[in-house]
Design a protein around this ligand. Structure first.
Ligand code: NAI
Length: 246
């Protein structure tokens, strides 16, 4: 049990990667707060894990809205008593070429993928500082590190996540809190489900491991960074992408 007695918030926990992380963390003994915008799917997924005997609960939140985040964190504290781990996993895409991207779609992605990480981390901070321990794991992307056609907004948000990760690793290290990021490559979830088969085949050809990643591949990286095994790892961005970029 690598996360026994730990309380973890996983934002976007109703989605492909987030739900795999919720199950993986619960299996390792954590009490898990699935924090997601989508109440219907998230509530159902939390029930699914409860039926397996895990201590999991759903909390509705819009990570881009500070009031909503503060309320979610308070409800998690009321339910579980503390917070040890925050996985900032919620994310969206609104892809378009630069010439066609609307300012609204640029801003929406920044609000969720970048400001959302800021709001959630700031909201849990007093609890972690008071305990003198904690692990924060942010979700970047191969697109944020290397850029990707059609993803001005998304790449900007995910590059920003790397910058915040390093900054917080420096600010919070002496308070006993580690801050790291995971940069997934192309993972089979709802986010990539609409990508045409032809493009998927082209992607596979570029990946040395010859396949897209599974949500569990990212969940296991989150687990490692949240566990005691990673307690001297701080400020890194762990690339989990089958070697697509190196
Ligand atoms: P997904 O679309 O399956 O799940 C995302 C979840 O975030 C959904 O449950 C959605 O309801 C939730 N969400 C969206 N906006 C929200 C908001 N404002 N507040 C709270 N929750 C919100 O996506 P997936 O693939 O599981 O992605 C998880 C993370 O991994 C994201 O940050 C994504 O950018 C990142 N990622 C995914 C890759 C992929 O290939 N699937 C590649 C690189 C990064």
């Amino acid at each position: 049990m690598r996360l026994a007695e730990k309380v973890a918030i996983i934002t976007g926990g109703a989605g492909g990667i987030g739900f795999a992380a919720a199950e993986t963390f619960a299996h390792e003994g954590a009490m898990v707060a699935i924090a997601d915008f989508d109440e219907e799917v998230g509530g159902g997924k939390a029930n699914e894990l409860q039926e397996k005997g895990y201590d999991v609960a759903f909390f509705q939140v819009d990570v881009s809205e500070r009031v909503s985040v503060d309320e979610m964190v308070q409800r998690v504290l009321d339910r579980f008593g503390t917070i040890d781990i925050l996985v900032n996993n919620a994310g969206i895409t609104r892809d378009a070429m630069l010439s066609k991207m609307t300012a609204a779609d640029f801003q929406k992605v920044i609000d969720v993928n970048l400001s959302g990480v800021f709001h959630c981390t700031q909201a849990v901070l007093p609890t972690l500082v008071e305990k003198g321990s904690g692990a924060i794991i942010n979700t970047s992307s191969v697109s944020g590190v290397y850029g990707n056609i059609g993803q001005t907004n998304y790449a900007a948000s995910k590059a920003g996540v790397v910058g915040m990760t390093k900054t917080w690793a420096k600010e919070l290290g002496r308070k006993g809190i580690t801050v790291n990021a995971v940069a997934p490559g192309f993972i089979e979830t709802g986010m990539t489900a609409t990508v045409p088969d032809k493009v998927i085949d082209q992607m596979k050809q570029q990946i040395p491991l010859g396949r897209l990643g599974a949500p569990e591949d990212i969940a296991n990286a989150y687990l490692f960074l949240a566990s005691n095994e990673a307690k001297y790892i701080n400020g890194i961005t762990l690339h989990v992408d089958g070697g697509i970029r190196m």
